[in-house]
Design a protein around this ligand. Structure first.
Ligand code: SF4
Length: 521
């Protein structure tokens, strides 16, 4: 009997309206490998493609090969999921299409119009899809990510020791989903790390590596220390929240366990802004102190900055930028972006309620690099800020001076990967285009083709089909609008988000996870 064939695509549309794939950015999405690991190796043929890492998926032969297409991705990827579904149905009318991720949870009813299976739960939902499409016996009994299929990941490996978060920041999809933090078994963590083979660094993708009990934290450190001593990994890093730094012992324990450094969501050096984001854990200690504590302990500190020009003036944002680039005691940020009122979050409900969302706002534009809300300063000024942010808003002369002084200050405590990854942020601030997935030269000939304003931004070449698509699937290439011409919630998303902008209660959701197979194309 023919083995079931499954194609998993992690969908992505980059900031510059096109993509060439970026192997070097960290972290890299691992959902494709995790989903593949939920299927029995001996019984299911699986292929995966990650558009973030490998660029746009254009392998029509693979769509013809597959019996089941599984799509995942972050919020702005919804249009991309629709597009790949249209390609799949055009070249292979018998294919079944499943989608999941935060979009499935935010827009379950809308999603059910386009996809056969809408998985609103955890990744393990794919087991129910396998059962419905192929029958029983195809789900893995002991799931393990298929690192062998994600063979573009070499130096750095990615693992997970927990899922969801114990905090509820106002802009975060974790808050919209409101799911409980869950820790994995420590032996599962060991299996994951050992399965990927030796890596110079293993990065833990947990939303908060410091959540959970103290004993769980210590147990993972003991495991990682052992793995480092056995030379199974060169070192490790993780994402933690600021409360981790309140206890100096944590830094010592992490360092002794082979930690290279951490990523932590600083978001802003303004206490007022942090309070507005409801990121109370970042108010425990001054952000600058947190960064210095980490660097002095020999652990590199990475972070991102999230600007909200709807709540703050450009002069305030520029003051923060000047503070950072003029301060060699702290690392430069990995990225700068605008606050995104993700669907279903408190920030989205707030912006919708106060009428701040721009008219004709497309989900595509909610990428952190486009102006999508009314702003305190004139829109033209904020657009100019966005353009500068995208091309390098920190003067290169000051960046060079920062790098020089930072190196001089920390060369005793930061070594090897820690120092080189800290200094790499100088490059990402000087040349932000290097850190993204490329520019859509098919549309504009250069990045200057972007308007940076949601109402006028072009969607890009991904929205033009590369083959002739039958009439019935052509609307899959239309962008999803979040607001209408008056800035009100667009009718396409009303059923899912309602007038308040918050997701419908779980109990009111229709059972759409496993519709009858007769609904397929
Ligand atoms: S701590 Fe991070 S992952 Fe957790 S809710 Fe806040 S932003 Fe989201």
């Amino acid at each position: 009997m023919k083995r079931p064939r499954v194609l998993i695509v992690n969908c992505y549309s980059d900031n510059h309206r096109g993509a060439r794939g970026n192997y070097f950015f960290a972290p890299q999405p691992m959902t494709g490998a995790v989903l593949a690991g939920l299927m029995q190796r001996e019984k299911v043929d699986v292929r995966i493609h990650c558009e973030f890492s490998q660029g746009p998926f254009e392998d029509l032969a693979a769509l013809g090969w597959a019996d089941l297409l599984v799509l995942t991705g972050l919020n702005p990827a919804f249009d991309r999921m629709k597009q790949l579904t249209a390609y799949a149905r055009t070249v292979n009318p018998r294919i079944a299409v499943a989608m999941g991720g935060s979009l499935a949870r935010a827009l379950p009813r809308l999603s059910s119009r386009y996809f056969d299976y809408v998985c609103t739960g955890d990744v393990e939902d794919v087991g129910a899809v396998l059962h419905d499409v192929f029958g029983p016996g195809y789900a893995a009994e002991r799931p393990l990510p298929r690192y062998d299929l994600a063979n573009w990941l070499r130096l750095v490996g990615f693992a997970e020791s927990s899922r969801n978060c114990n905090f509820r920041c106002g802009f975060c999809s974790m808050t919209a989903e409101d799911r409980q933090y869950a820790a994995y078994d420590v032996e599962d963590v060991r299996r994951q790390v050992e399965a990927m083979g030796y890596r110079t660094c293993v990065m833990f993708l947990d939303q908060n590596f410091y959540a959970g009990t103290r004993s769980f934290f210590r147990a993972r450190l003991a495991l990682l220390r052992q793995l480092c001593e056995e030379r199974k990994i060169g070192g490790w890093s993780a994402l933690v929240t600021t409360d981790f730094y309140a206890n100096p012992e944590n830094l010592r324990l992490a360092k002794e366990a082979g930690c290279i450094g951490f990523f932590s969501g600083v978001e802003s050096f303004s206490r007022e802004q942090i309070a507005a984001y409801n990121k109370k854990q970042n108010l425990i200690l001054p952000q600058e102190d947190v960064i210095c504590r980490s660097l002095d302990a020999g652990l590199v500190f990475h972070y991102g900055m999230v600007f909200d020009p709807t709540a703050r003036r450009i002069t305030g944002l520029m003051e923060e930028i000047d503070f950072i680039v003029g301060n060699p005691k702290i690392t430069l940020p990995n990225f700068l972006c605008f606050a995104i009122p993700l669907l279903g979050t408190p920030l989205f409900a707030q912006r919708l309620g106060e009428g701040s969302l721009l008219p004709d706002l497309k989900l595509r534009d909610m990428d952190g690099r486009s102006v999508i809300c009314h702003t305190l300063d004139p829109l033209d000024d904020v657009v100019a800020f966005a353009r500068k942010m995208d091309r390098g808003i920190m003067p290169r002369r000051k960046l060079a001076a920062h790098a020089w002084k930072f190196h001089a200050r920390y060369r005793g405590s930061l070594r090897g990967w820690s120092m080189s990854s800290a200094l790499a942020n100088t490059w990402s601030m000087a040349f932000p285009g290097l850190g993204t997935n490329g520019r859509d030269r098919k549309v504009s000939g250069s990045a200057s083709g972007r308007s940076y304003l949601a109402t006028t931004e072009r969607t890009g070449s991904l929205y033009r089909p590369i083959i002739n698509i039958p009439e019935r699937w052509r609307q899959h290439f239309a962008p999803l609008f979040i607001t209408d011409g008056a800035g009100e919630l667009h009718e396409a998303v009303c059923a899912d988000l309602g007038v308040s902008g918050r997701p419908a209660a779980e109990s009111t959701l229709p059972d759409i996870r496993t519709p009858p197979t007769t609904t397929r194309a």
